[in-house]
Design a protein around this ligand. Structure first.
Ligand SMILES: [Zn+2]
Ligand SMILES: [Zn+2]
Length: 104
């Protein structure tokens, strides 16, 4: 199950579960769309992969089994913060921003 992290790991913007500007990498590193575009250049500074829009988890459970939706699998509360410096982020972006994600 996808961990719905509550904030952008770079600028700390709140990213509630229905945010349409939340972006994730394959390891669930979570950033806002503005930081992905302007700072990260669509390169995850941790794994080097690309980002996609985070799917929005429905509020409502539509079945008795399985019990799904935000009421049953709520958002994560632990805020994550990037371990990387601006210089490290820029180095990864320069290395990989012009390489297609499938070729990284
Ligand atoms: Zn951000
Ligand atoms: Zn990543």
């Amino acid at each position: 199950m996808l961990e719905l992290r509550p904030n952008c790991e770079w600028c700390d913007k709140d990213l509630p579960p229905d945010a349409d500007d939340a972006r994730i990498c394959t390891y669930e590193c979570t950033y806002c769309a503005k930081c992905v575009a302007d700072v990260l250049k669509d390169v995850c500074p941790t794994c080097g992969g690309n980002f996609v829009p985070r799917p929005i988890r429905p509020k409502t459970a539509y079945h008795d089994t399985p019990k799904l939706g935000l009421g049953h699998q709520p958002v994560a509360t632990k805020r994550h913060y990037s371990r990387w410096t601006t210089e490290q982020v820029e180095r990864m972006a320069a290395l990989l921003k012009d390489v297609a994600a499938k070729d990284r």
